[in-house]
Design a protein around this ligand. Sequence first.
Ligand code: ZN
Length: 356
Amino acid sequence: MTRPTMGAIDCDIHSAVPGLAALLPYLDEHWRDAASQRGVHDLESTSYPLRAPLTSRPDWRVPNGKAGSDIEQVRRQALDGFGSRAAILNCLYAVQTLFSEDMGAAFARAVNDWLAKEWLDRDPRFRASIVVPLQSPEFAVAEIERCAADRRFVQVLLPCLSDTPLGRRSHWPIYAAAEKHGLPVGIHAGSTYRHPVTPVGWPSYLTEDYVNQAQGFQTQLTSLVCEGVFNRFPALKVVLIESGFTWLPAYLWRLNKYWRGLRMEIPWVDRPPIDIVREQVRLTLQPVDAPVGTDDLMRVIDHMGSDELLLFSSDYPHWQFEGDDALPPELPDSLIRRMLIDNPLATYARIREDLS
Ligand code: ZN
């Protein structure tokens, strides 16, 4: 390992539901019967086709299973491997792709109960994001309220590419519930696949899908800013997870410029978007979408204008770097300490209460 990560708070690792059978004990009788009578198949991830190279580093695969499905392997490779003091499980089981709101809610409940019993109960270093049925903001709020009592759930998880822009008022009850319980809203790369993953239609290849996720994050951030979510919920934190971050300075410059010219249209946005982002938005480190080992990365980070924006993440078990080198070598020690510990603690109140 070129840079040690001992004591880190890893803000993005992935536990995989091994298969539908693992959730059956956590579904009530009606939904167990419905799943078998309708022949419901195992759901894929919202963002990672099972056998694509990016989905798992070769040395982190599970023989005859999904990467991230073997808890002992995750403990050994992700927790012990990076010396993490805590790590947030973002389960990408695609409950948001179900067309039935009721079934989406039932599967979200099952995934969260499975996470609590099979993961959180088995290692105190694990934390988890609450999986919510975004199909129905009403059901999503009910699931946040149900899980919030368990303080090992530290965040609400949403897919980046949703059915409607996340700033729309129909989603605001989700932000109200998250803010009330001190839960950041984590937006992770991935899609409900109701719309093409590019603004101009369906692409042919995963490469195009994955690269275009950055545009999705920009669209959602613009929506959250312009619709006034951050003004209405001033204590809300939004974490962009697996978004990359090198696009942020140029994007913010553009957003700031057009806010200055058009702000009579959105008077509730009462301060420059760049200030809103610095106060209420954070981004996870991996995948680092800049050349490492050069000055270029530090120039981008300088342009971000704050050392409080980045949160350490390994994105285990996805294939974003080789070996144990989760930290780019050119980052200064002061920034590393902030990314590994200070920034995650400042972002996640529930982890702070627990570890401080
Ligand atoms: Zn991830």
